[in-house]
Write a protein that binds this ligand. Structure first.
Ligand code: ATP
Length: 274
């Protein structure tokens, strides 16, 4: 059942294209260049992490990939479809989980999922069955008819993730997925991403903690001041940093320069001290 509910729908067409492609994607706010022309390819079936300190340009990039922020220049292709030229086709492939979500407090969990399905033009018995399966998967079934305003933070996170999965996306785009989750929910989310990519889905996530990047991601790009500083699997990053078996902290000091990553390192220290 879990497999079925997490399998992306086959939309054809873009099967041979990379799941996500950024071509010189650049974002400027006034005179300030937040993202400096990124080139990046994310393949189907991988969990790709965007790691960087505060202000590096992660949220800006995530929002460009999700199609909610227009790049100043450059292209974003999802399953081969250009987000600007074919937004409906490209966006139908995406399930976006923002860092500051808006939830309709006066809807129940069930109503909210049905509402989001409706935005994707889906209704009827299939949607009803899918709503129930997602609620069961996230252990929200007993609260299906309760208003979202009564949900805890963790329950809100779960209903939000369910809503991003309602239309069977191929690519989950998620900003800081672990923030605010208790260990059990974090574990559930990690298992969910693994199952999703195991069935051909793809995950593109941002994080400012090494812990999350290492625990979740197949490949990682380190972004700093709007550009990619290093990219690869953890092992590749290790060898790029010529650090052999050295601790991650040292690798990131080497690839990005110590000071810029000081807040990442600080959060790592705090995590280790806990
Ligand atoms: P954090 O981890 O703190 O969320 P981030 O890596 O997600 O950081 P962004 O939110 O993408 O970084 O911001 C990148 C840079 O762009 C920052 O310097 C930020 O101040 C700036 N910025 C972001 N949004 C805007 C905006 N709407 N107008 C002007 N500058 C912005």
């Amino acid at each position: 059942m879990v497999e079925e509910v997490l399998s992306p729908v086959d939309r054809g067409g873009g099967k041979t294209a990379p799941m996500l492609e950024l071509r010189r994607a650049r974002k400027q706010y006034g005179k300030f260049v937040a993202v400096k022309g990124l080139d990046l390819t994310v393949h189907r079936g991988e969990i790709f992490g965007f790691l960087g300190p505060n202000g590096a340009g992660k949220t800006t990039t995530i929002r460009m990939v999700a199609g909610v922020l227009r790049p100043t220049s450059g292209e974003v292709l999802v399953g081969g479809d250009d987000l600007l030229r074919h937004p409906e086709r490209a966006k139908a492939r995406i399930g976006y989980i923002p860092d500051r979500p808006y939830l309709y407090e006066k809807l129940s969990g069930g109503e909210f999922l049905r509402f989001v399905a409706g935005l994707w033009g889906r209704e009827g018995d299939t949607v009803e069955a899918r709503v129930d399966r997602l609620l069961e998967l996230f252990q929200l079934a007993p609260w299906k008819d309760e208003l979202i305003e009564s949900y805890s933070h963790g329950m809100r996170q779960k209903i939000l993730i369910s809503s991003a999965l309602i239309h069977q996306p191929e690519l989950i785009v998620v900003d800081e997925p672990m923030v605010g989750l208790d260990p059990r929910s974090a574990r559930l989310l990690k298992d969910l991403f693994r199952t999703f990519v195991g069935h051909g889905g793809t995950v593109f996530l941002s994080t400012h903690t090494l812990e999350v990047a290492e625990a979740l991601c197949d490949r990682i790009a380190i972004i700093n001041r709007g550009q990619i500083e290093a990219l690869g699997t953890m092992d590749e990053l290790r060898s790029q940093a010529e650090a052999g078996g050295a601790h991650l902290e040292e690798i990131f000091l080497k690839v990005t320069g110590g000071e810029a990553m000081s807040d990442v390192i600080e959060s790592l220290r705090q995590a280790l001290e806990r």
